[in-house]
Design a protein around this ligand. Structure first.
Ligand code: SF4
Length: 75
């Protein structure tokens, strides 16, 4: 499964990732940075997760759209 990390501290809360891919990303209600939805997190970490196959394309689109390139998509 494809792994993803978000460098949350450098997120600018632009909203692109959760607009493009709400199946995987969401806005943290407290700090307003991007986080991974609960079901996809690794070890409960909101900054690290694994992408379900059907969300892979939109996760990659979101990573490309991130203006500060803080979303890393692994293999
Ligand atoms: S696209 Fe990047 S900067 Fe924008 S909310 Fe998502 S992680 Fe943050």
């Amino acid at each position: 499964m494809v792994k993803v990390t978000i460098d949350r501290e450098n997120c600018t809360s632009c909203g692109s990732c959760w607009d493009l891919c709400p199946e995987f990303f969401e806005e943290n209600p407290a700090d307003h940075f991007s986080q991974i939805i609960e079901d996809c997190r690794t070890g409960g970490n909101p900054a690290e997760g694994e992408v379900p196959e059907d969300a892979e394309a939109c996760v990659r689109d979101a990573a490309e759209a991130c203006p500060v390139t803080v979303i890393t998509v692994g293999e």
